[in-house]
Structures are given as structure tokens and as C-alpha cells.
Write a protein that binds this ligand. Sequence first.
Ligand SMILES: [Ca+2]
Length: 237
Amino acid sequence: MMIDALRISIASPKILGLFAAFLIAGFGVASAKAIPFSGTGGFTQATTVIDFENFAIGTQSVATADATIHAEFQGFPYPEFTPSDVHVRSQGFAQHTGIFEGQFYGFNAVDYVIEFNGLVQEFGVGIFDPNFAGNVLIAYDVFGNELERVTSGEDAEFQTGQIGGSFSTFVGFTRGFADIKSIRLLRAEGDVLGIDTVTFSAVTPATVGDDIPEPGTSVIFLGSLLGLSLIRRRLRA
Ligand SMILES: [Ca+2]
């Protein structure tokens, strides 16, 4: 975790010097792009919030113009959960204002998936009743590669509370540019989570192919090379 690395660096002048040298050399910049945070104050840009208040109770898969939210089922040891069990619910227990209140989604022994219709730079979500170490919030890029994760019990940004449904927290990421395509919240063994206040910065189009040649372009390029080669042979002949 970048923040932990920074703390260690500050504790040791030698490592700090090395770290500075890396920064000057241009290394370490990539990993500094992702900063996990807790609390709803971690955003630097205007955000959109899905608070589930406008969806009918019982809605199983939530979709807006920007994102879709659904659950993934782990099966054993909770084979009893089916898609119809995971849906928009109304509040029936202690809550945290602005993080977990009113209507929310889930509260089952499942994982949650948030897919954006494009890319976002900043993301955060209210998480209800995390009690154990090992809950993980992960951001993925457009190729499904992991960008960043925060884990309860390991990272200070992902707090847990007492068992009994009295605790909620807010966990998120901010990136150097918009490269988050999807988010997964994977529950720890034995934990049961719900989500609310899904918050994200502007969704920008996911343009795959700006840095990577499309297959078609490569084939055309290869074709041109073969063509040149043939012309050269003919000229020689
Ligand atoms: Ca809500």
C-alpha cells in the first residue's frame, strides 16, 4: 500500500533518500496514482451517487445510465442464496448518515460487482456491517486487470466494527486518471455485507486501442510489409 510505504520511508532517511531518487528518476509515479481513502471527503471531483432511494424495493440488478450493480454468488457454504435474495431493501437497523441510510442493496453473503459504462477516476462505496479481516474492495481496468485494492484487517482505509449491525464505513479510491472500469467487493469468510451510497466521478468513454494497435491495423501493416517484400523481389528479378 502506497501510504504505508510512505510512512516507512519517512521513518528512515536512507530509504527516504532512495525514494526521492526513485521519484527523480521517474519511478514510483505509477503506483502513486492510486490513493485509497475512507470517508466521503476523499473526492476531488464532482460525483454521481447511487443511493438506491429511487429503486423499487426488491430490484435485483440496479442499472443507471452510468453503471450496473449486481451480486455474485459464491455457493458453498451459502448455497441458499439466489439472485432473488439479493435486492434493494429498506433500512431496518442502525445507520450512518450519508454512508448507509434509507434504502440500500444486498446484505447477503455474496460479492458485489459495479460495472461502469466507461471509465471513472474516483470511486467510493458505503459498506454496511464489515466485521472481519479479509473483506476486499478491488478496482479493475477495462481489461479486467487489478488496479488497486483495500483489505479490511490490513489497510487502515477499510475499517471494521462490532458484530451486530451497528457499523458502516466508506471506502474508495482516487486514481491519477480515469481508468477504473469495474469494482468488486469480495466478502471475508463469515462476513455479510450490504452496500449503499455508490459514489463516482464522471464516466468517460472507455476507448480501447489508443495505446494498443488494433488487430486490423496490425494485419494491414503486415500486409504492407509483405507487399513491399514482393515488390523488392520483383524488382530484383
Ligand atoms: Ca440509501
